[in-house]
Design a protein around this ligand. Structure first.
Ligand code: FAD
Length: 448
């Protein structure tokens, strides 16, 4: 019986395992070093914040794996020997494979800062990171201040976590406005304000120079390039992640920043595949990045690869880009492409609306000449994914999107709706006379 060996029990690894099991009787083994069972990494913050227990982040009961004949091995793969179809584990054992799937995720970036390996300096990625946070920042008495380095989605999550225990947080962000490599200026400014209003000491345009140690090898302060020394008990390194592929450096599998794959998710080595955060497309798909470190793309790659492994070669086609996240209590959604000023295409034009008082705004990107709708970002308004996906596929114009914007709103009924105001601003800016259509459930369901 063919043996499929998967390294990594994150969303990518377990998805490919579950789908291979649905489609076949093959022998399946998942090897992973972090935890015994799959858990939802995106929910790590809610454990620290007391909303969930670790067990609640495990989507499957512990009996699930045995019942589905998915063998679990706890161990660290130290090398892959493709010529022998074998993986070598750190405990000296080895496992033979017929097909190997590398799904080893990411690791937090470290940029060689002096003091980056001290005690009390950590990323927020693994279950062990969560345990360390609990150890070094259990409460505001034992952790008088935390410093977070790197403004992105994980940095702001870490800030929210620490603030939930009233721990003072200083947030060093290299850019002069939060996440402005991704967000257009108006949105980035809104998030700057929101962070400050949550009593987080946001320091924009500030770099970490060094982390100072106490006499026991534990972090005691950070030094910034503005000449400040900030005493602290914990330092969070959240300046992005990169593929967790160092253990493959001795192998003959082609690496770039991640494991290089083609559209079938095949690596340069025969019968070896890579999926999820650690995979890097030779050629980026559309405007997507060659490495996509998001949850749903890991799941999609897992589903796609299962088809190929079970005799139905299938290319990875993720469709239109979308994503969602939370900046403290402000929800963010994005569909299609809305680039920041830094990444904006020459044909791209933006329409931005912001609520006068609340942290609510939208930005719509469209083609300057053809008015083709390119994408939308929303903060504080929930939108219907299926509708935007459909409008992008149908290549609708921005005027059409404005006309039917009320259909796309997904906020609960009692929420205030702003589409009238949004369209009025659009009309006055672009000299149009669009009359937004009343929300129609018939249209919405016929679109579903
Ligand atoms: C705090 C946090 C919040 C996030 N929030 C969101 C979100 O809201 N939305 C979103 O889309 N994405 C989010 N992400 C990103 C998302 O979690 C990842 O894209 C996703 O988990 C990647 O899944 P994966 O299966 O590719 O890898 P991983 O989940 O990293 O799993 C890989 C596993 O392989 C193990 N492993 C690595 N190397 C070896 C080896 N040599 N031997 C054995 N085992 C090994 C690792 O220990 C790990 O357990 C978040 C990430 C973090 C850290």
């Amino acid at each position: 019986m063919e043996h499929i060996v998967i390294i990594g029990n994150g969303i990518s690894g377990v998805t490919v395992a579950r789908h291979v099991r649905k489609l076949s009787d093959k022998r399946i083994t998942i090897i992973s070093a972090e935890t015994d069972y799959f858990f939802s990494r995106t929910a790590l913050m809610y454990i620290y914040m007391g909303h969930m227990k670790f067990e609640h982040t495990q989507p499957y009961e512990n009996w699930f794996w045995k019942k589905n004949r998915i063998e679990l091995v706890k161990g660290y793969v130290k090398q892959v020997h493709t010529s022998e179809n074998k993986v070598a584990l750190a405990d000296g054992t080895s496992i033979d494979y017929d097909k190997l799937v590398i799904a080893t995720g990411s690791k937090p970036n470290k940029f060689g800062w002096p003091g980056q390996d001290l005690e009390g300096v950590q990323g927020l990625y693994s279950k062990q990171d969560l345990d360390n946070l609990e150890k070094f920042a259990p409460d505001k008495e034992q952790c008088k201040r935390a410093v977070i380095v790197g403004g992105g989605l994980i940095g702001i999550e870490m800030a929210e976590m620490l603030r939930s225990r009233k721990i003072p947080v200083t947030f060093l962000v290299r850019e002069d406005s939060f996440w402005n490599g991704v967000l257009p200026a108006g949105e980035s400014a809104l998030i700057n304000e929101h962070i400050l209003e949550h009593h987080i000491d946001l320091r924009l345009g500030t770099n970490l120079v060094e982390i100072l140690s106490d006499e026991n090898g534990k972090a005691k302060a950070v030094v910034t390039d503005k000449g400040d020394t900030i005493p602290c008990d914990i330092v969070g390194l959240t300046a992005g992640v990169s593929p967790n592929v160092d253990f493959l450096k001795e192998s003959d599998i082609e690496l770039g920043r991640g494991v290089k794959v083609n559209r079938l998710l095949e690596t340069s080595a025969k019968n070896v595949y890579a999926i999820g955060d650690c995979a890097e497309q030779h050629e980026a798909i559309g405007n997507r990045r060659p490495i996509e470190a998001v949850w749903y793309t890991g799941r999609m790659m897992g589903e796609t690869l299962a088809q190929t492994l079970c005799g139905n070669p299938t290319e990875y086609k993720p469709g239109h880009w979308f994503n969602s996240a939370k900046f403290l209590d402000v929800e963010y959604q994005t569909y299609g492409w809305v680039f920041s000023e830094r990444g904006m295409k020459d044909y791209e034009q933006h329409f931005h609306w912001r609520h006068a008082k609340e942290k609510i705004c939208i930005t719509i990107a469209f083609h300057k000449e053809s008015k083709l709708f390119l994408g939308i970002n929303t903060f504080g308004i929930r939108m219907r994914h299926e509708l935007f996906d459909k409008w992008l596929t149908e290549e609708r114009s921005v005027d059409y999107v404005m006309e039917y914007l009320k259909d796309a709103n997904f906020d609960p009924e009692f929420y205030k709706q702003y589409e009238g105001e949004i369209v009025a601003k659009y009309n006055s800016e672009f000299g149009t006379n669009i009359n937004p259509k009343k929300k129609s459930w018939k249209r919405i369901f016929s679109n579903a």
